[in-house]
Write a protein of this length. Structure first.
Length: 154
């Protein structure tokens, strides 16, 4: 069930869009901000509020790669694997980040601290290779910098 606060924030978004359905991404981001991810139960509750079916909303959620449909760690690390980042060492960066974080690609570390996910593009090609931790974009990242970066996220 959506909390009163979640419902209030979502309903405040309705005025920005021509239909309730158009607020679907923002609505899922609100739930994710409160809960860390969007569960099946939350998705069904949102679908009712947005006048959509759960399948329609799930289609939006699975298309938009920043909506997490499974629980994630306290900190989410996105390592860009675009062509530019790949050419400039993203594979090495990703491998080192997996070791340093204790999270294999697509998974969460045993202590629940980090989730490591590849992402097609972070839009930082001029500073490749790039990664993002909790929305904090870092460019020109060398694998040797990763340990220090991760230490900033308890």
């Amino acid at each position: 069930m959506l909390s009163i606060e979640e419902r209030r924030e979502i309903e405040a978004e309705f005025g920005r869009y021509p239909t309730r359905q158009a607020a679907s991404v923002d609505a899922m981001k609100i739930v994710q901000r409160h809960r860390g991810w969007v569960s099946d139960e939350s998705l069904k509750d949102l679908a009712l509020l947005l006048d959509m079916t759960a399948d329609e909303l799930d289609g939006v959620a699975t298309f938009y790669n920043m909506i997490f449909r499974r629980p994630v760690g306290r900190h989410v690390i996105l390592v860009c694997n675009s062509v530019t980042c790949w050419m400039l060492g993203a594979d090495r960066l990703h491998a080192h980040t997996a070791i340093a974080s204790g999270a294999r690609s697509g998974e969460t570390s045993a202590d629940g601290r980090f989730t490591l996910l590849p992402i097609v593009c972070l839009g930082a090609c001029d500073h490749a290779p790039a990664l993002m931790i909790d929305g904090d974009l870092r460019g020109d990242v060398d694998p040797e910098q990763v340990d220090q970066l991760l230490s900033r996220y308890p």
